[in-house]
Design a protein around this ligand. Structure first.
Ligand SMILES: [Mn+2]
Length: 266
């Protein structure tokens, strides 16, 4: 059904306003509606690249409240009816598990201040925003490239090492470092962006802020280097939290990134 709403080569946009697990500040469920409110007001032609076709908006996945496993299943079923390329807007990062289940990439690129590789978080909970990447890897066995990670538990770092993931830590890496990381990728690629990879001074509107992050301009170059070389089948932007934003400073970055990504995917 959804396949008939857009043309096959359109870049599709949809919201996954899932927010059933969180560690710190709530609000990611409001991201898709906030993004849609701002999207009409930003220019489509910029010095950094043009979006030549409007995004094809498929609306939001209908979700329950407080049922993470059911919501991951609903998002997965939704994505199975969407032809790539698409951009998913979170919601909590756990929704990326649904996208990985549906897309089944060979290489998963995770841009985030965090690994999201805990076995349980909070203790006793196997499925959450802090564990979803581990659940996905246990099931799907992809190769992963981590970029921007700067806050984690030893357990997560050990898991990433044992899984032979490529990890570019912190925010001081160069474009050459990114090229080295890219050279290890192969096959079908899925790219996930947690907006908390940005420094909280530039992007306060997140649920789990961590000091010492990327600048917005560095993230733009990073995404261009990754997307233009790896040609991911789909991309997501997760964890934007409007109630924690200040004067839309995070919102305008999220919307601009969506347009950059759409321009590169089309
Ligand atoms: Mn994060």
């Amino acid at each position: 059904m959804l396949k008939n709403v857009c043309r096959q080569d359109d870049v599709k946009l949809f919201g996954a306003p899932m927010e059933d697990t969180l560690s710190f500040r709530p609000g990611t469920r409001f991201a898709p509606q906030k993004i849609r409110a701002i999207l009409p007001y930003l220019e489509y032609t910029t010095i950094f690249g043009n979006v030549t076709k409007p995004l094809c908006d498929l609306g939001d996945v209908e979700l329950l409240q407080g049922a993470p496993a059911e919501n991951v299943a609903r998002i997965e079923r939704f994505i199975q009816r969407v032809d790539p390329p698409f951009i998913m807007v979170g919601g909590e990062h756990t929704a990326t598990l649904a996208a990985l289940n549906a897309v089944r990439p060979d290489t998963y690129v995770h841009i985030d201040a965090h690994f999201d590789l805990r076995d349980q978080w909070p203790p006793g909970q196997k499925l959450s925003h802090a564990t979803f990447a581990r659940r996905a890897h246990e099931k799907l066995g992809f190769y992963a490239i981590y970029i921007g990670v700067r806050a984690y538990d030893d357990e997560e770092y050990k898991y990433a090492e044992e899984a032979d993931f490529y990890v570019l830590q912190g925010s001081d890496f160069t474009r050459g470092d990114v090229a080295d990381a890219v050279s290890t990728a192969s096959g079908r690629v899925y790219l996930s962006l947690d907006i908390d990879v940005l420094d909280p001074s530039e992007a306060p509107g997140v649920g789990t802020p961590e000091a010492g992050g990327l600048t917005y301009r560095k993230l733009e170059y990073l995404l261009a280097d990754l997307i233009l070389t790896l040609r991911p089948v789909a991309v997501d932007i997760m964890e934007y939290s409007p109630p924690n934003d200040v004067s839309d400073v995070t919102a305008v970055k999220v919307v601009r990134l969506i347009m950059h990504i759409a321009a590169m995917l089309q």
